[in-house]
Design a protein around this ligand. Structure first.
Ligand code: TMP
Ligand code: MG
Ligand code: ZN
Length: 200
């Protein structure tokens, strides 16, 4: 939660592995904002239709209504004049422009709450999340529990037919516990991952 009250608008990020409670925390912050009589609009990408098409839903079954968009710039088009808080779930699925949209809203004085996976199944930075985390005033990294060893989990293991997915597999694969589990750095496996991922 924001420990400090910035002047004007700001951006707060809730990131971490799958099953770490990101959406649960987003819903909690949205509820509290509504209790404080703020006007909240919640957005989510169309890509993610796992539990509900018009709701943001956590793995534990909590949900709140959401506006489904394909591109982050749609937020600027459908923003209501009275809105003071914008929440975006699953931001890793948007393109880099989501960082521009977040900045524009915060510059206008809005509170922007964003959740997303900081890392994909390969443990590589996911989409626009590094940009958003750099731009934000506040970043919370939540942890799940490693299903192998019960340590705090910072990573998401993708399993295909029970086997760790290869480094070269496509990054986007919408799913929940049938394909993914939370793991710590030590138990997380990425067959085919080169030692040096980035060229000089
Ligand atoms: P969650 O963070 O709310 O659990 O949702 C994460 C979504 O991202 C889920 O639909 C699975 C998807 N995903 C990918 O597309 N690629 C990945 O590498 C990972 C880890 C998750
Ligand atoms: Mg979620
Ligand atoms: Zn572990």
């Amino acid at each position: 939660m924001p420990h400090f009250q910035p002047k004007g608008g700001w951006i707060e990020i809730i990131c971490g592995s799958m099953f770490s409670g990101k959406t649960e925390e987003l819903i909690r912050r949205v509820r509290r904002a509504e209790i404080a009589r703020q006007h909240v609009q919640v957005f989510k990408p169309k890509l993610d239709n796992r539990y509900s098409v018009s709701e943001v839903a956590s793995h534990n079954g909590e949900q709140t209504p959401a506006e489904v968009i394909e591109r982050a710039s749609e937020i600027l088009e459908i923003l209501r004049p009275e809105t003071t808080v914008v929440a975006i779930d699953e931001a890793q699925f948007f393109d880099a422009q989501v960082a521009d949209v977040a900045r524009i809203l915060a510059d206008r004085g809005l509170r922007v709450i964003i959740t997303g996976l900081d890392l994909d199944f390969r443990a590589e930075p996911f989409g626009p999340m590094p940009l958003l985390m750099a731009e934000a005033e506040m970043v919370d990294k939540l942890h799940a529990i490693c299903v192998v060893c019960a340590a705090p989990a910072s990573r998401t293991q993708r399993l295909i037919n029970g086997q760790p997915a290869n480094y070269t597999d496509p990054v986007i694969l919408v799913g929940a516990s049938e394909v993914y589990e939370a793991r710590c750095r030590d138990c997380h496996k990425v067959p085919g991952r080169p030692e040096l991922v980035r060229n000089e």
